[in-house]
Design a protein around this ligand. Structure first.
Ligand code: BGC
Length: 279
């Protein structure tokens, strides 16, 4: 039994994605890492994309392989078109196809707006938004080429765009990041609308405050942690496994009728917590 109140139990469905081929971008740490491992645990072969830190990516690969599935690491910067093309075509060569894309790679370059450089703006938009567009485009080409294989899945392909609660919560001091995630919301819906007739399911997961390196300053000190918990009605900081579990189920045929939506996995952060006592 899982007795740690801070950590969710993993989805107990090892066969849910059996035989499927999954690509997770930014899978060497945080949410991407947990998701890649969870997909492997659910029976998928998994490509672990990373931008830097090969040893970390290789450790994820080792853990995925321990579940008896194939896995390898592939370095690529998702904001670079040629690298994304190579990432997906190599996967098709090595694993035969792609069934699931988790477009997860993302970063923050925070600054007050008047101090934000164009470089900070463009870096975040190019990785968080353009990177998801490029990966989705390449995956969709292969989904369309292959079509539905009923023994594998009812869909021709599944894309999960990793968004954020900041696709709807404005975030002062993070205009580049919030704008990128607002863009991801519309990327998700537009792709979903465009390709649903071809049986491609595009959805997003919007994590709230998940304990990862990206937001260390928000949970590292007791004061920061207390302030953060005020924003979370469920009163616990999220674990990467909270997102990974949702991704496994969303990628599976259990969610075959879920098309073009965002699943908020945020402990209630989007419920306007200030209004619990105010207003
Ligand atoms: C950001 C985190 C932040 C969380 C909730 C995420 O998308 O990457 O830094 O803690 O949203 O505000």
């Amino acid at each position: 039994m899982n007795t740690n109140p801070e950590r969710p139990p993993p989805v107990p469905v090892p066969e849910l994605l059996k035989g499927q081929k999954a690509l997770v971008t930014g899978a060497n740490s945080g949410i991407g890492k947990a998701t890649a491992i969870a997909l492997g645990r659910a029976g998928a072969d998994v490509v672990v994309n990373y931008a830097s830190d090969r040893p970390a990516a290789e450790a994820v690969v080792t853990e995925i392989r321990s579940h008896g599935v194939h896995s390898y690491a592939h370095q690529a910067d998702v904001s670079q078109e040629d690298q994304v093309t190579d990432l997906v075509s190599t996967m098709v060569d090595r694993l035969g196809t792609i069934d699931v894309l988790v477009a997860n790679a993302g970063l923050q370059r925070d600054a007050p707006t008047v101090e934000m450089t164009l470089e900070q703006w463009e870096k975040v938009i190019s990785v968080n938004l353009t990177g998801q567009f490029l990966c989705a485009r390449e995956a969709i080409k292969e989904f369309l080429r292959r079509g539905v294989v009923p023994e594998v899945s009812r869909a021709a392909g599944k894309i999960i765009c990793m968004s954020s609660v900041h696709q709807i919560i404005p975030w002062a001091g993070h205009v580049n990041y919030a704008s990128s995630k607002g863009g991801v919301a519309m990327l998700t819906q537009t792709l979903a609308q465009e390709f649903a007739p071809q049986k491609i399911r595009v959805n997003a997961i919007a994590p709230g405050a998940i304990k990862t390196p990206i937001n260390r300053s928000a949970w590292q000190t007791p004061e920061a942690r207390t302030a953060l918990l005020e924003l979370i009605p469920y009163r616990r900081i999220g674990d990467p496994l909270d997102i990974a579990n949702a991704a496994v189920v969303l990628a599976s045929d259990l969610c075959d009728y879920v098309v073009g939506t965002t699943i908020y996995v945020d402990g209630g952060m989007t419920l306007f917590p200030g209004f619990a006592t105010g207003g």
